[in-house]
Design a protein around this ligand. Structure first.
Ligand SMILES: Cc1cc2nc3c(=O)[nH]c(=O)nc-3n(C[C@H](O)[C@H](O)[C@H](O)COP(=O)(O)OP(=O)(O)OC[C@H]3O[C@@H](n4cnc5c(N)ncnc54)[C@H](O)[C@@H]3O)c2cc1C
Length: 388
């Protein structure tokens, strides 16, 4: 190991920036620790607001990186092309000189799902949100917009588009039942609001393919669609797989219960891009609500490793599901630590105000960690499966 201890973080999203702040501000660290975060652009993207950008309710979801990131952390605006885990170096798309690390955090988030039909618009990053925004603004009165997916992102997007473009015919198409992860009253409230906005809901309909003017279902129906959007889940970036690191079938980096990679002890992972054993994370879905605690926990595991201590296993759980239903309404669904709905929901305008506050709090938690490392606390998970 060199005299300095160099932590390199790939991906400045919710997990990566939370980890960078926790590490860079840590009081337990020797002065020689350096933290470098690599991200394609020098802005932080509030990804949870991309449906607002796509629909045109918000100009941008970008926040200046320095307003959320500890000054002690260096930023490299570039993409990592490859990780060399043997020589502990990362290589860049731009061709700049490779960077060496003593500990690496893999937090590259998620991307368009491989199963998304060719020709469908996506909502995975700023570029795809920009393309969708441009397409929606070109559509004529009465044009059909089909959103594929019955989960929270699809619901938020369909409500946002229907509210912003009342002249468009918005259709939500789900393989299962729309909003099926909510309680009975939560699902009822969401569907009532979508109906009021004029969103047509098609449950139990599997989309097989689409082109610029139609959607084809597995039942053999062809539906007119002037803009089809895939919002039924995300995929994993190929970086870990391309670098020869252990991945699951979707390409997510395999890590252990402490978020370190069993084959390479100096590589850690957090956020959407990693696969954590079900024993501690079977209940976690790709979400900002999980990425923040995962980033904080990964930082703690790196600090433990630096101090030659065994990193602790992850414990992280949910408290709420928060859904915007346009700018004037929303739904807060209380949930158990393992994400099952409880009976209490907050709906309507109050639900919308609460959702907006929670979106602001995500940046608040990251900035809180910037001001005082270790300040971010999160809800613990259910008991590990082995202990139940
Ligand atoms: C419209 C929408 C609404 C959502 N709403 C919610 C919500 O209400 N609640 C919730 O919990 N979750 C929500 N999510 C999900 C949430 O945004 C993600 O789960 C979360 O962003 C994951 O955080 P992350 O840190 O893992 O990745 P990200 O936030 O995606 O950050 C990953 C970063 O890594 C960078 N990167 C990727 N590849 C490389 C590379 N090779 N080199 C360098 N950098 C790289 C990316 O550019 C990005 O900046 C929503 C998502 C969308 C799209």
């Amino acid at each position: 190991m060199s005299a300095r201890f160099r932590v390199v973080i790939i991906g400045a999203g919710y997990a990566g920036v939370m980890a960078a702040n926790r590490l860079a501000g840590s009081k337990q660290l020797p002065e020689s620790l350096t933290v470098t975060i690599v991200n394609p652009v020098a802005d932080f993207l509030e990804r949870i607001r991309l449906h607002e950008v796509a629909a045109g309710s918000r100009a941008s979801a970008a926040v200046p990186m320095r307003s959320v990131l500890n000054q002690r952390a260096d930023v490299i605006a570039d993409s990592v092309l490859k990780i060399d885990p043997i020589n502990r170096q990362v290589y860049f798309s731009s061709g700049r000189a490779p960077l060496s690390y003593d500990a690496l955090l893999y937090s590259v988030g998620s991307t368009q799902a491989a199963k998304a039909p060719v020709g469908a618009y996506g909502l995975q990053d700023a570029e795809s949100a920009g393309r969708l925004r441009a397409r929606l603004s070109q559509l004529e009165e009465g044009a059909r917009v089909s959103i594929i997916g019955g989960g929270l992102t699809s619901i938020e997007l369909s409500a946002e588009i229907a509210e912003r473009y009342p002249g468009l015919q918005v259709r939500l198409v789900s393989r299962g039942v729309i909003a099926d992860t909510l309680s009975h009253s939560g699902r009822h409230a969401v569907r009532k609001r979508l109906s009021a906005l004029g969103v047509e809901m098609m449950d139990n309909t599997d989309v097989q393919a689409c082109d610029s003017s139609s959607v084809r279902t597995s039942g053999g129906d062809t539906l007119t669609s002037d803009c089809t959007i895939w919002a039924a889940g995300f995929g994993a970036p190929a970086l870990a797989r391309d670098s020869g690191l252990p991945t699951d079938a979707e390409g997510r980096l395999m890590v252990d219960e402490s978020l370190s990679c069993p084959q390479y002890a100096d590589i850690f992972g957090a956020g959407d891009a990693v696969r954590i054993p079900d024993s501690v994370a079977g209940h976690l879905r790709m979400s900002c609500a999980a990425a923040l605690p995962l980033g904080a926990h990964a930082a703690d595991s790196i600090l433990a490793r630096l101090q030659k201590q065994a990193p602790a296993p992850l414990s992280a759980g949910y408290v709420l599901k928060c859904i915007s239903l346009g700018r004037k309404s929303g739904l807060i669904q209380t949930v158990t630590a393992d994400d099952r709905p409880r009976s209490l929901v907050v709906r309507g305008r109050l639900g919308g105000l609460a959702k907006e506050q929670i979106c602001r709090m995500t940046l608040g938690w990251i900035r809180g960690e910037l001001r005082r490392s270790g300040s971010y606390k999160w809800a613990k998970g259910p008991l590990p499966t082995a202990a139940r």
